[in-house]
Design a protein. Structure first.
Length: 597
């Protein structure tokens, strides 16, 4: 058993029970907003454990469980549940090979299954998983979401097997947004494990599979040592681990391979497990825990002293996951200090903290101002509140209206729209206040796409100086991605934002100069302009002439270069969606464990 720097086992379960004492004790139940991985090589019993946990949760809570069965489909999930509820062996039920009393059990199981709040869905598209989860959440409370399995999930109709973190980022965000526990099944690389003398999986195998610790909290890694013996009841070895702890606990469950049911260990065995973990080592483990936590705290503080914000944030996050309550003041001070120094992750953390607390405070204004300067569009509404009420700044109704309008244009924010209605539209000053903005964008308020484009053009051409040019670049880029690249729209005037984006990329307006990418965008703009010209748009002649002039300028200055960009040149992820311009602000976390400060 590995007990290097262990975490404390739970005495009272605060999360949703998984139905197995040992799992509940290790992870304190399934906690809302946390992602738990069930991993292992093929045929280790991952799928069956996920089914067993989901039916336990559904029966014990009476709440909805959503199971995305992408690998085997909805029919397989329904057969498994009917087998579990009826007691008919799964393979017999699949062949309809049962009779007598089993038919009565089957009918009773069918009725019981209908009463369960269980949704089995056979999809493996990430967008569909997120959309359907949010729809179920709006209808009724969800106790658990299960995704089977990570390596087959597709994002934007592209396979993600080589980069599973693309999916994990979204699933982790979904768990936090809905405040629901999510179980994700994942395969491990079989060749790497079978080459070892010890065939049991370990936490390192998750890293080798390309899964970052940043996007999950708990993991159960399964191993069937007696799989080749074909015993009806097997002992499944489980390696339990938590992210950022470097700890692995060895435990086990029993597995009925005929019925695909997991059997909990009894109370006596659980007591034995407790004794093995704690009876002889309790004082030693407590002392090692404290020493480990103080070591992380010391490294965090040394990194802050040496202006190593990203390293300090790494240790702060680690300490937050191990024991937040004991070190909450030190952790909050670290985030606050990093935010003052402009660390974007710290700024976002502090802003999220203020949001949860409700009202805007004076200290938040400085955070919002830094985020706005970096182009964080989700901060528009709250900084408008500051200017409207003079919180952390002087009252400025014109700036307040500017940001409320911007929030409405960018995100169709109902709060911003209501604030405009309550504080400006009913007053006489409405006609004079920010007239240049309201004249341009308010007359077709419902057409946010057109309003957004007019705003971008006015910023780009210098008619509105309140915004940085990154705002215009972002809007042009957004339009290019979703109207040209993804939808391949041939709607009239699509070439105009394409041409503007190309100018940003060629001349470094709101971003760094990228002639190769500019040339690729210009080629798209020329194609769209020719289509618009053939459709009767006379202004397209001037655009084609300007495009050809810019292409010649690129050839004169850079020679013959290829029009190209990397696959992720025009894509958005998570919090970066809300940022304008380039995204240089999010650095990958490194492992600083072995560094000396």
């Amino acid at each position: 058993m590995k007990t290097k720097k262990p975490w404390k086992l739970a005495k009272k379960i605060t999360g949703t029970s998984a139905g197995y004492k040992v799992i509940d004790k290790l992870f304190n139940g399934l906690q809302p907003g946390e992602v738990t991985l069930i991993g292992g090589r093929p045929l280790m019993g991952k799928n069956s454990l996920a089914y067993n946990i989901s039916v336990n949760v559904s029966q014990m809570t009476g709440k909805r469980v959503v199971f995305f069965e992408g690998s085997r489909g909805k029919a397989y999930a329904e057969k498994w549940y009917l087998s579990y509820l009826s007691g008919i062996p799964f393979w017999d039920l699949s062949r309809w090979d049962f009779s007598g009393d089993q038919w009565e059990n089957f009918i009773h199981a069918t009725e019981e299954y209908r009463e369960l709040k269980f949704e089995a869905l056979g999809t493996f598209r990430l967008e569909s998983i997120i959309e359907q989860s949010e729809e179920f959440y709006k209808e009724d409370e969800i106790a658990l979401i299960v995704v089977d399995y990570l390596q087959i999930i597709e994002k934007n109709d592209k396979k993600t097997i080589d980069n599973p973190n693309e999916v994990m980022i979204e699933l982790n965000a979904l768990a936090k947004r809905l405040n629901v526990p999510i179980i994700v099944l994942t395969s491990l690389r079989e060749k790497e494990i079978t080459r070892r003398k010890d065939k049991r999986p370990c936490a390192k195998d998750l890293k080798n599979a390309g899964i970052s610790e940043e996007y999950w909290e708990n993991a159960l890694l399964l191993h069937r040592p007696d799989m080749d013996k074909y015993e009806s009841i097997e002992k499944i070895e489980i390696v339990a681990t938590k992210a950022y702890t470097d700890v692995e606990f060895d435990t086990y469950l029993y597995f009925d391979s005929q019925n695909l049911h997991y059997i909990d260990i009894d109370s006596y065995e659980l007591l034995e497990l407790d004794d093995e973990l704690y009876s002889d080592y309790e004082d030693e483990i407590e002392e090692e825990n404290l020493k480990y936590e103080e070591e992380i705290l010391s490294k965090m503080q040394k990194c802050l002293e040496k202006n190593g914000e990203y390293e300090a944030m790494h240790y702060a996050n680690k300490l937050r996951k191990i024991d937040y309550f004991s070190y909450s003041e030190e952790i909050e001070e670290c985030f606050r200090t990093c935010a003052k120094r402009g660390n974007v992750k710290a700024l976002l953390y502090m802003e999220d903290k203020y949001k949860r607390e409700g009202k805007v405070c004076e200290e938040e204004f400085d955070i919002l101002k830094q985020l706005i300067d970096l182009g964080y569009t989700l901060a528009f509404g709250r900084i408008a509140d500051c200017y409207l009420n003079g919180i952390g700044c002087e009252k400025d109704r014109q700036k307040a209206l500017l940001y409320y309008i911007s929030g409405s244009i960018f995100w169709e924010d109902e709060y911003c729209e209501n604030m405009i209605e309550e504080n400006f539209k009913k007053e006489s000053e409405w006609d004079n206040l920010s007239q240049k903005i309201t004249d341009l964008y308010m007359y077709d308020w419902t057409e946010s796409e057109r309003a957004r484009m007019r705003l971008a053009n006015d910023i780009f051409e210098g008619r509105i100086k309140e915004f940085k040019t990154e705002v215009a670049y972002y809007i042009f880029k957004y339009n290019y991605i979703y109207d040209v690249l993804y939808h391949e729209t041939e709607a009239q005037y699509c070439s105009i934002p394409c041409l503007s984006l190309a100018k940003c990329l060629l001349y470094g307006i709101g971003t760094s100069a990228k002639p190769n990418v500019a040339l690729a965008v210009l080629n798209d703009a020329k194609y769209l302009s020719e289509w618009e010209r053939n459709s009767g748009d006379l202004s397209a002649f001037d655009r084609i002439e300007e495009i050809e002039s810019m292409i010649k300028e690129i050839e004169d200055n850079y020679g013959k270069i290829s029009p190209e960009y990397s696959d992720d040149e025009f894509d958005f992820y998570n919090e970066e969606d809300a940022f304008l311009g380039d995204e240089p602000y999010f650095e990958e976390e490194e492992d600083y464990e072995d560094e000396t400060y």
